[in-house]
Design a protein around this ligand. Structure first.
Ligand SMILES: *Cc1c(COP(=O)(O)O)cnc(C)c1O
Length: 368
């Protein structure tokens, strides 16, 4: 058997005819940017996330940059975030001229720890970016409380967690502003790049929309220096088809996760830990084992792909050497980066594939 970490082709085949139709409609329409598909998709996304405003962008990284700008974050400001996330979260902070400040994670959930964040707040702190990592909502109440007391913005990085909820609220709509990516591997993935910004704040929504389109509201008149960061009609049409399936796909991911967690032998293996009153959407199913390399190569030889997210925490990235962090500064993130192993996880994963994966892992553990 050969089992990939994620099988995008299997998902495409399940929506082949609908996507072909949607694509053909756009190609025949003659409208390829800023047309009716975008308007409908933005409305549907606003509804899906219970947000007042949804503004589509070219990708998740731009969503973060635009959200930071909408919060007025710039040179001299500090933004606190997780060291255990995709690089783009901190890259966006640096890109707008601010300083990324890394606080350690909760060792069990991999999410940014509110206690560690609180200790890093200074007079220069302007915002916090909690990341709903691997599909599990961050502890939003604690972050909102810090934000209220210290007068900060909360920018949610919901790139991995679309469809997840925290105390019944869809992620991305809980803080001041939220960011989503439609990169092909995300839970709602297009066939190219894409992103969206969510907010209930009219002013922020206006700013994001203005900046995403050359600072212009009227053709050839520009109120600000912005970006060219738009989703196109083809991707919007594709994403509209797939958005209709997202809840079902996320439910399938949860079922696969439950199966793994119920079948994997506990000794020596750490299974995913969920906090209360959330719905996890398992963008990634992560286990830990202290002999990670041995387990990974055993599985790879058995035809099972594994992933190491993230092999180098952000505070130790070469791009951020000037920030002055050193190994040992954020021990929880560093330990996770050495031990975590992602197992194959996608809605189309079959029972037969999962049984095979579980049997291989349990066999390996027993032999230890
Ligand atoms: C994917 C991702 C991004 C960036 O999204 P792109 O669409 O690839 O630019 C940002 N943050 C997190 C946590 C992500 O997983």
């Amino acid at each position: 058997m050969n089992i990939p970490l994620i099988d995008l082709r299997a998902q495409y085949l399940s929506v082949d005819a609908e996507i072909q139709n949607a694509v053909r409609t756009v190609l025949h329409s003659g409208a390829y940017v800023s047309g009716p598909e975008i308007r409908s998709f933005e409305q549907e996304m606003a509804q899906f996330t219970q947000s007042q405003y949804a503004i589509s962008t070219a990708n998740g990284t731009d969503s973060l940059i635009l959200a930071l700008e909408a919060c007025g974050v710039g040179a001299g400001d500090e933004v606190i975030t997780s060291p255990y996330t995709f690089f783009a979260t901190a890259e966006a902070i640096a890109r707008v001229g601010a300083v990324p400040v890394f606080a350690d994670i909760d060792r069990r959930t991999y999410n940014l720890s509110p206690e560690h964040v609180e200790r890093k707040v200074t007079s220069r702190t302007k915002a916090i970016i909690p990341v709903h990592i691997f599909g599990q909502p961050a502890e939003m109440d604690a972050f909102l409380d810090i934000a209220r007391r210290r007068h900060l913005y909360i920018i949610e990085d919901a790139c991995q967690a679309l469809g997840a909820t925290y105390k019944g609220r869809p992620v991305g709509s809980i803080g001041h502003i939220g960011c989503v990516s439609f990169f092909p591997t995300k839970n709602l993935g297009g066939y190219g790049d894409g992103g969206i910004v969510l907010t209930n704040d009219e002013d922020m929504a206006r700013k994001v929309r203005l900046l995403a389109s050359h600072g212009s509201t009227r053709k050839y008149y520009h109120d600000a220096v912005g970006y060219n960061s738009r989703l196109d009609e083809l991707q919007a049409a594709i994403l509209r088809v797939k958005l209709g399936k997202l809840n079902e796909w996320n439910k399938l991911r949860r079922e696969k996760a439950e199966y793994y967690s119920g079948q994997l032998l506990a000794p020596g293996i750490a299974l995913p830990h969920s906090i209360n009153d959330i719905v996890h959407v398992y963008h990634i199913y992560m286990i830990e084992f202290k002999e990670r390399e041995a387990l990974s190569s055993y599985l790879n030889e058995a035809g099972i792909a594994t992933g190491h997210y993230y092999p180098c925490p952000l505070h130790l990235q070469k791009a951020f050497v000037d920030l002055g962090y050193k190994s040992g500064d954020l021990p929880a993130a560093e330990a996770a980066s050495e031990r975590a192993i992602a197992l194959p996880m996608f809605p189309e994963l079959t029972m037969e594939q999962q049984q095979y994966i579980v049997s291989r892992i349990n066999k390996f553990i027993e032999s230890q």
